[in-house]
Design a protein around this ligand. Structure first.
Ligand code: G6P
Length: 614
């Protein structure tokens, strides 16, 4: 939901900002803009469309300057046009702002400001904020730093903002609440970077700090200071970045999504590495050890997430019930937070998120904490808000995921949830050492088996070519592969814009079967283990109505092969682990269909990767 980046220092700001914006485009790509101060002029360029359109539009213009900021937008208030693109200016045009988030009470503030003669050029909440800041500054005759602080006390909502001041060209002001902001400390004196995540910063410095909610960072004449919006001075906690440049580049692949699909043997391996000792049948997970007593007595688990992370939660439900024998509820974070959910202090809530910034998930965690539950996080982005808000948890070590459609984050989440479920099962004494050892060694073999699944790529590509023009797809799965069906359908919808639905295979007869005719491709996940016979009956039901079957089967399968129009083989493994394999060909299928349809795979329309609005 909008990416922001800014620079101050001895270098030219524009190239750094534009490069950074391209890295942040996964956060939104409705419009792009920059503001630069050069020779006491505040130059603003902005345009509807992508960062590449912005680059095109600034050709021949003055983009010099050692201080500047840029924005890539995912529209919330106001359609994606030039006027609504950031940066936005104050009434006198002395202040410019970029913003990620939503100012919820903007309409009231706007009405008041309009009464006092303010004229607005956009429909955005952001423009209201910068007018308010200037209004306070002028009325109270105070510094801009102070007026920013006072204005932020008046607004309700979420923000990460950066402000440039035309008549103070050696100053940058930034603040955050709810939306992320990382500050990089450059190796040149007085050099600083600010961005929504560390990807625009990593090639210049590894020293960063994450601004906390309600904090304001001010860089003035080469010096950095941090205070809260309550005016308490803070000392930033500087840490070293763990990501490297290679991880955030395409590395020879045509799209990030394909690269990330192919990275899964490694990302799964990295997510389990060092966390299990399959010989001894033990786990090395700090959060689990620290909360051993709690986990021994926990009565119920509530798994929350959004999008693909919610699908991982559904797999998690199966894993925790199967291995740890604990009742589990899975909730969409957005629904959970707006009900009046019953949460007991001996519940454990596990929030699952790739980005660690999803607003609904954060709000749901806050609610669970307020009600006294212990909250764990399973998150991919180190230092993001969700791990910081949780009592404990485990990172997925998938590495940066840049394609908007989640792939490797999903399998990493499922891997970590498997480890958690098994370790909790051990703590509660509900799994035999023998079963534990077998499952752990099967889990350790998964990365190699994923390699084998990736070898289906050519076959999947051929199937994609046959069905690329289909208008609908059905995905069916049972048990632990039902969430895989949902995830397969979501992937296809997201990137190819083909309508697709995932269903529990047995539910098909209660409605979706009415849709089946010779035009309807039906993807059925039918591994040998897990209600195989029942799934075969479901396949028969589809075939009887002339539907086209694309079946995901276990290597060597003959029975489904005899009925299906196409089969894709995956290796055999324990039933509970099959999602880690069955999901791979489905990712490839969506990818190839989207490519064949000419869709923008990495940046599908209307979507954003990090959803920091509610
Ligand atoms: C967006 C993304 C999805 C993601 C979901 C939840 O919708 O496009 O890929 O699954 O947000 O995000 P999270 O970062 O919390 O996993």
């Amino acid at each position: 939901m909008c990416g922001i980046v800014s620079y101050i220092g001895p270098k030219e700001a524009y190239p750094i900002i534009v490069k950074g914006l391209k890295r942040l485009e996964y956060r939104g790509y409705d419009s792009a803009g920059v503001a630069l101060i050069h020779n006491d002029e505040l130059n603003i360029y902005k345009t509807k469309g992508k960062v590449a359109d912005l680059e095109e539009s600034v050709k021949g213009k003055d983009v010099s300057g050692n201080i500047g900021m840029g924005h890539t937008r995912w529209a919330t208030h106001g359609e994606p046009n030039n006027a609504n693109a950031h940066p936005h200016l104050s009434q006198s045009k002395n202040l410019a702002v970029i913003h990620n988030g939503i100012i919820e009470n903007y309409a009231t503030i706007k009405a008041e400001l309009q009464q006092r003669g303010h004229i607005f050029e956009s429909d955005t909440d952001t423009e209201v904020l910068i007018h308010l800041i200037e209004d306070i500054q002028m009325n109270e005759n105070i510094s801009i730093d102070e007026s920013v602080r006072l204005a932020l006390n008046q607004v309700i909502g979420a923000y990460a903002i950066v402000i440039l001041v035309k008549n103070e060209p050696a100053k940058l002001i930034a603040a955050r609440k709810g939306s992320p902001l990382v500050v990089g400390i450059g190796d040149q004196p007085g050099e600083y970077f600010m961005a929504s995540d560390a990807t625009p910063i990593v090639e210049y410095t590894r020293d960063v700090f994450y601004l906390n909610d309600g904090e304001i960072a001010i860089i003035k004449d080469g010096n950095l200071s941090v205070k809260t919006i309550d005016n308490v001075t803070k000392t930033p906690f500087i840490q070293k970045l763990e990501i490297n440049l290679e991880q955030i580049e395409k590395g020879g692949y045509p799209h990030f999504m394909l690269k990330e699909i192919y990275e899964q043997p490694k990302s799964i391996q990295d997510s389990i590495r060092g966390r299990i000792d399959s010989i001894q049948g033990k786990f090395v997970m700090r959060s689990i050890h620290e909360y051993e007593d709690k986990l021994r007595n926990v009565k119920r688990l509530i798994l929350i997430g959004c999008g693909t992370s919610w699908h991982a939660a559904l797999v998690g439900e199966y894993l925790f019930e199967e291995y740890a024998r604990i009742p589990v509820e899975v909730e969409y974070a957005s629904e959970f937070r707006y009900r009046n959910p019953i949460i007991y202090p001996d519940d454990l809530v596990i929030a699952i998120s790739q980005s660690g910034e999803t607003a609904d998930t954060l709000a749901a965690m806050e609610l669970a904490k307020e009600k006294g539950a212990t909250v764990f996080g399973v998150c991919n982005v180190v230092g993001s808000s969700i791990p910081r808000m949780s009592h404990a948890g485990a990172y997925t070590h998938a590495g940066p995921e840049i394609g908007v459609a989640s792939t490797k984050a999903f399998t990493a989440q499922v891997s970590v949830l498997t480890l958690m479920a098994l370790s909790v099962a051990q703590i509660r004494g509900v799994i035999s050492q023998e079963r534990l050892r077998t499952t752990l060694s099967e889990l350790e073999a998964i990365p190699q088996l994923v390699e084998r699944c990736l070898k289906t790529n050519d076959e999947v590509m051929k199937i994609a070519a046959i069905y690329k023009d289909a208008r609908n797809f059905l995905y069916l799965g049972r048990g632990v592969n039902f969430p895989v069906a949902l995830e397969g359908a979501l992937k296809l919808k997201e990137i190819s814009y083909i309508h697709a639905e995932g269903y529990p295979a047995a539910e098909m007869k209660h409605g979706p079967i009415a849709l089946i005719d010779e035009e309807m491709p039906v993807v059925v996940i039918a591994p040998k283990r897990g209600m195989y016979e029942k799934v075969m009956s479901n396949i028969q039901e589809v075939k009887a109505r002339k539907g086209k079957i694309i079946a995901i089967v276990t290597e060597g399968d003959t029975q489904v092969r005899a009925m299906a129009d196409h089969v894709i083989e995956i290796p055999d493994t324990e039933e509970a682990l099959t999602p880690l394999l069955s999901t791979i060909p489905l990712q490839l299928l969506s990818y190839h269909i989207a490519v064949l349809r000419g869709c923008n795979v990495d940046q599908p329309r209307n979507l954003a990767k990090s959803v920091t609005v509610e």
